[in-house]
Design a protein around this ligand. Structure first.
Ligand code: ARG
Length: 266
């Protein structure tokens, strides 16, 4: 091999190695920047699927904007509400955006962002059904009036927890009268069938109102629980949490936030 050829082939090796490094760098970077958001898309207007099966909603748009601002590529996974915390811990998802109430019990398992939405629980019934609810805001009168109903709720939610604590643990209601569903939309389908299946559903008020917009259902009562929703991240992911909080804080003060509220709630 003459000198020039040698230099040329050495140069080519350098270029090829360089290219290889650069390319693998790209791939790695993409993987590092991808983030998986877990949700339970049965909870309009926060998270639901459109006619073509795309996952949309207030939470989805909000979390996507925030994470994209942080330079992440976002993928949204629809899994049952009750599997969200275990999936976060198992690292199959990285962030929870599911209208999830910040509770002490959950705080022991995951970390929450600053609160982004306030909500109470409510009772959704079929319009014209003979379910009668004592509307006084005396908890005892109210609970007594619903203790004989068949009540539905989504597994693992604060709605299901409310029934457990206030009706079952107090022995006002038989445990068999609480029907737990993987998805709230399945509970609503049973409510539409009627009292043979379900008399009432306990769920977050803004979502009950959305379900009641479709004729045939009504919100019969608001149970003041004063809940706050937060985004969930794995415990100890302080940097991600701080970044999310900073973005969320800014986002909630922006025009975009108002636009999003108007789009999904008015
Ligand atoms: N806020 C309630 C809770 O945290 C219900 C949330 C249900 N969310 C959903 N995407 N299905 O327990």
């Amino acid at each position: 091999m003459n000198k020039e050829k040698k230099i040329l082939s050495t140069l080519m090796v350098i270029v090829m190695v360089g290219l290889g490094v650069a390319l693998s760098g790209c791939v790695e970077e993409e993987e590092v920047n991808k983030i998986i958001v877990g949700t339970s898309a049965d909870f309009a207007p926060f998270e639901y699927t459109d006619a073509s099966g795309n996952i949309i909603g207030f939470d989805i748009e909000m979390v996507t904007t925030i994470l994209e601002n942080l330079n992440y590529t976002v993928e949204v996974k629809d899994i049952g509400f009750d599997s969200l915390i275990p999936s976060l811990q198992a690292e199959t998802i990285d962030v929870i955006a599911a209208a999830m109430t910040i509770t002490e019990e959950r705080e022991e398992q995951i970390d929450f962002s600053i609160p982004y939405y306030e909500a109470d629980q409510s009772v959704l019934i079929k319009k014209g059904s003979d379910v009668e609810i004592n509307e006084s805001h005396n908890l005892e009168n109210f609970t007594a009036s619903i203790a004989n109903l068949t009540i539905g709720a989504q597994t693992g939610t604060t709605g299901a927890g409310w029934v457990q604590e206030n009706l079952i643990d107090t022995e006002l209601m038989d445990e068999a009268n609480l029907k737990l569903y993987d998805l709230y939309i399945d509970a609503v389908a049973d409510l539409d069938i009627g009292p043979a299946r379900l008399d009432a559903i306990i769920l977050d008020l803004p979502v009950a109102q959305a379900f009641a917009e479709d004729s045939g259902r009504e919100v019969a009562y608001t149970i003041i629980t004063g809940e706050s929703y937060g985004l969930g991240v794995r415990e100890g992911e302080t940097e991600l949490l701080n970044n999310i909080n900073a973005e969320l804080n800014e986002f909630m003060l922006s025009e975009e936030w108002t636009t999003l509220i108007t789009k999904y709630f008015e």
